[in-house]
Design a protein around this ligand. Structure first.
Ligand code: ADE
Length: 234
């Protein structure tokens, strides 16, 4: 599952360019039993299977033989909620990051006791396994690495401050009676910048007002918001 996504599109290009180095490991390769079973029935009974502690710890030991300093992240619905701030933080990580993907009903608790991994959740819902969550994290971090997405990513950090994006348009100018906002054709860069900022703030106010209390807003942003609210109350 992981390899198929990493071998596509931007992630593939990032790997080809040497900007991303991901190694996919299968904990079944670290089992010692004949059938390579990495899970077993839960002590105490109940439905589902539990991932065994030994193959996971052996897999981590194997990685440690090559690199001592690791940042170990367990993907789990019990983790700290993932967001763009965590993505930026991970994009600056110097250590090799190990993503442990839980599966089935759970993972033997002693994995946590022994490794004390950081736990990350991508949202309040339950996936069949941590693989998709790890891919979400990898994708969102990799696009922040300079050189991965054109040359945008280096400047993006400065412009991201926790609000939603403004609307985008490309050709044709008119489609089924819908025209592109004329300001975008004005050539007036300052006017365009202000229009976009206003649209972004308006979008956020309408769709995700909860983001505004945490967003980094400039004095200009605050006065734009004041104006929007004034206009709304008219
Ligand atoms: N594994 C299962 N559900 C998950 C979630 N929401 N986030 C991270 N890992 C998970």
């Amino acid at each position: 599952m992981i390899s198929s996504v990493l071998d596509e599109s931007i992630l593939k290009r990032a790997r080809d360019k040497g900007l991303l180095d991901v190694r996919v490991m299968n904990i079944r390769d670290f089992t010692l039993n004949k059938h390579h079973t990495a899970d077993d029935y839960p002590y105490g009974g109940g439905a589902g299977m539990v991932l065994k502690v030994e193959p996971i710890l052996r897999a981590v030991d194997f990685i440690r033989e090559e690199e001592k300093e690791l940042r170990i992240i367990l993907l789990s619905p019990q983790g700290r909620r993932y967001n763009q701030t965590v993505a930026y933080e991970l994009s600056r990580e110097e250590r090799r990051v190990v993503f442990l993907c839980g599966h089935y009903e759970g993972i033997d608790e002693r994995v946590k006791t022994h490794l004390s991994p950081e736990e990350i959740s991508i949202g309040d819902y339950v996936l069949t396994g941590g693989e998709l969550a790890a891919l979400v994290v990898i994708d969102s971090v990799v696009r922040l690495i300079p050189g991965v997405v054109g040359d945008r990513s280096s400047v993006e950090e400065e412009s991201f401050n926790g609000i939603l994006d403004y609307p985008h348009y490309t050709r044709p100018f008119e489609f089924r009676g819908m025209e592109v906002p004329s300001v975008l054709l004005s050539g007036d860069h300052e006017k365009i910048r202000l229009w976009r900022r206003r649209q972004a703030l308006l979008n956020t106010l309408e769709k995700r007002p909860d983001l505004l209390s945490l967003a980094i807003l400039s004095d200009e942003d605050r006065s734009i918001l004041e104006k929007i609210k004034e206009e709304e109350s008219l």
